[in-house]
Design a protein around this ligand. Structure first.
Ligand SMILES: [Zn+2]
Length: 255
């Protein structure tokens, strides 16, 4: 009897080891989360590649101290966006729209291509201590591999036609892109008329928290309806990383 139990335990132990190794080899980076055992305070420990989440000195998001920002005549953010056939995915952390190539921003002679945009609730960036209802991140990549993220704060108000079109086409399955060729979206529809901004060095706000990101946070929020916020909240009631230390960062702002 004793021997049978030992064998059984050995089999269970081996199965356990194989199970752990199996998930490790799959490099499952989806297990980080916004709360609990795999929450933001633990991100750096989940994967070797996530070290910057704890060790980085210019992490995002931040609480932008408006009164201390260096205000000046900054170069304008120039948007050259084209409509894109809708490609929408629920990646387990947010709702993301993958954008067709050919849409760019230029600032101070540097050009970045729009790769995707996605949403956070509540806003990740704060301004003078104030969070907003939601935030859209428009993620751009430069030819040098560095990122420029344009952040648009979203506040409850009138309906947002672009977001309405997105939510009407939410994928039923996680991690499976829903391609809807009949629906064209234009990220321009997410932008306020006034393109005044704050800019500073930061990071991705999700693991691996890489610090090759220049942030442009638009000062003027855009409206989104309470119903649209509620719909996002059904999938993601809270997907915002806490604000990070400024560490003496230079924050510039348009006048
Ligand atoms: Zn984001």
């Amino acid at each position: 009897m004793d021997r049978v139990w030992k064998r059984l335990l050995a089999i269970v132990a081996v199965a356990g080891i194989v199970g752990v190794a199996g998930s490790g080899m799959a490099a499952d980076t989806s297990r980080w989360s916004y709360a609990g055992a795999n929450g933001p305070a633990k991100w750096a420990k989940l994967e070797k590649d996530f070290a910057a989440c704890a060790l980085g000195k210019t992490q995002s998001p931040i609480d932008i101290p408006d009164a201390e920002a260096r205000k000046g005549d900054l170069p304008p953010l120039l948007f050259d966006y084209r409509p894109s056939p809708l490609r929408i995915v629920d990646n387990g952390h947010t709702i993301q729209v993958n954008y067709a190539p050919g849409s760019t921003i230029s600032v101070a002679g540097k050009r970045y291509e729009l790769v995707e945009f996605h949403f956070h609730k509540p806003s990740e960036e704060k301004i003078s201590g104030k969070a907003h209802d939601m935030e859209a991140h428009l993620v751009h990549k430069g030819s040098d591999g560095k990122f420029a993220v344009v952040a648009v704060l979203l506040d409850a108000g009138k309906e947002n036609a672009l977001i309405k079109a997105l939510w009407a086409n939410l994928p039923q399955t996680k991690d499976k892109e829903n391609a809807v060729d009949a629906v064209k979206v234009n990220a321009l529809d997410l932008l306020p008329r006034d393109k005044g901004y704050y800019t500073f060095a930061g990071s991705l706000t999700t693991p691996p928290c890489s610090e090759a990101v220049t942030w442009f946070v638009l000062k003027t929020p855009m409206p989104i309806s309470a119903d649209e916020i509620a719909r996002f909240s059904r999938s993601y009631p809270m997907n915002a990383r806490p604000v990070q230390e400024l560490n003496g960062r230079d924050i510039q702002a348009t006048r």
